[in-house]
Design a protein around this ligand. Structure first.
Ligand code: NDP
Ligand code: GDR
Length: 372
């Protein structure tokens, strides 16, 4: 068991939750930075929370924000981490077009603040830093599959901010001899995925439609192709990257790409609803071909998926396929999940959530969320 101290920014997010579980299982003391919010925002890590009044507590949360350097300096000084995992970010690509300046501040300059805090505090020899870089850096396709040497061409304010974060991490490594590594992670999902990312939006809608709680799923670009993996596998890679003797950058991906449309089809199939698509672009719809779902019978021909151009992005990333050769050979990393297993787990988890809601609805307690 390790006695190391880790500091995780973005601990309340999808990856923060899985990574914290992993680090605690390895014996780490984990410090996490969470933002102040008007409601509790720790749902994903509540099962890991330990009452600070208990003995042998190994998880401590600190209020903080990547836009506040004095706060980051204080927390890093107090916690003296062996490893920092910088996962915090405004991570929604479409939303970054609405909040470009904030995204640059949190995702780009936020990374600089962490690196600079470590340097100013004289921790460059002690503290290893993991930067959550992204396949969005590749953006407009230059070559596939995308590897550590493929040129970047970011296509959103999010990706441009992450490009700065990527290069400032490389620069601090070279300028100050710091252990700072980028994990260039391709899309990874799970039942803990935020509800507005496409996979979770699909699995939630499929669960609700299969229980008669929703009529239709509206999506944007169904042609986009993504290399989807499971977040549980990907946090293992983050940890491995910081266990190396030398800091380097790694692509973490499955090497398999799938269109959004196919993810939708697979998710419906999980609940016994076979669908097909017809039409093109904005006129494309998904309709029921056969239904063997025991909870709610949908007639053949019923439209359950439609395109709403509101979800189109001003500039899109059409195709991502990662080449994980380096991480497989150098880190010995290999994912345990395939896409079928991921879809199965996500749909099952959402069906369970909405079965409970249906019980409430049937008892007269369920109020339909007007925003869904
Ligand atoms: P989430 O959106 O689930 O989590 C983001 C986390 O960052 C949350 O804890 C959020 O807090 C926190 N956060 C946001 N803004 C700030 C801020 N200004 N200061 C402090 N904390 C902040 O993302 P994921 O877990 O999916 O991703 C983790 C990281 O990996 C992100 O940097 C993302 O960009 C990157 N990434 C993700 C990939 C993926 O497919 N999931 C692929 C490649 C990279 P709160 O809970 O309060 O909102
Ligand atoms: P992405 O993930 O932009 O790849 O960023 P997202 O799931 O949001 O989109 C994937 C693809 O699906 C298309 N799409 C839709 N997307 C959303 N969110 N909602 C829709 O209704 C919809 N319809 C079609 C999108 O256009 C896109 O092509 C994620 C984030 O986790 C980033 O933080 C991370 O860096 C990258 O993955 C790798």
């Amino acid at each position: 068991m390790s006695n190391k101290v880790a500091l995780v920014t973005g601990i309340t997010g999808q990856d923060g939750a899985y990574l914290t579980e992993l680090l605690l299982s390895k014996g780490y003391f984990v410090h996490g930075i969470k933002r102040r919010a008007s409601l509790f925002n720790t749902d994903r890590i509540d099962h890991l929370y330990q009452d600070p009044h208990e003995k042998n507590v190994r998880l401590k949360l600190h209020y903080g924000d990547l836009t506040d350097s004095t706060n980051l300096i204080r927390i890093i000084q107090e916690t003296q981490p062996d490893e920092i995992y910088n996962l915090a970010a405004m991570s929604h690509v479409h939303v970054s077009f609405e909040e470009p300046e904030y995204t640059a501040n949190a995702d780009g300059i936020g990374t600089l603040r962490i690196l600079e805090a470590v340097r100013l505090l004289g921790l460059t020899k002690k503290t290893k830093i993991y930067q959550a870089s992204t396949s969005e850096l590749y953006g407009l396709v230059q070559a596939v599959p995308q590897s550590e040497t493929t040129p970047f061409y970011p296509r959103s304010p999010y990706a441009v901010a992450k490009l700065y974060a990527y290069w400032i991490t490389v620069n601090y490594r070279e300028a100050y001899n710091m252990f700072a590594s980028n994990g260039i992670l391709f899309n990874h999902e799970s039942p803990l995925r935020g509800e507005t990312f496409v996979t979770r939006k699909i699995t939630r809608a499929v669960a609700k439609i299969s229980l008669g709680l929703q009529d239709k799923l509206y999506l944007g670009n169904l042609n986009a192709q993504r290399d989807w993996g499971h977040a549980k596998d990907y946090v293992e890679a983050m940890w491995l990257i910081l266990q190396q003797d030398k800091a380097e950058d790694y692509v973490i991906a499955t090497g398999v790409t799938t269109p959004v449309r196919e993810f939708v089809r697979m998710a419906f199939a999980e609940v016994g609803i076979e669908i097909e698509f017809r039409g093109k672009d904005e006129k494309e719809v998904g309709f029921v071909v056969a239904c063997s779902n025991p909870d709610y019978q949908l007639p053949a021909g019923r439209e359950v998926v439609a395109v709403d151009p509101r979800y189109y992005r001003p500039t899109e990333v059409e195709l991502l396929i990662g080449d994980p050769t380096k991480s497989q050979t150098q880190l010995g990393w290999k994912p345990k999940y395939d896409l079928a297993g991921l879809v199965q787990e996500m749909v099952a988890a959402d069906v369970e959530i909405f079965r409970k809601e249906k019980l409430l609805a049937d008892s007269g307690y369920y109020v339909k969320n007007q925003y869904e």
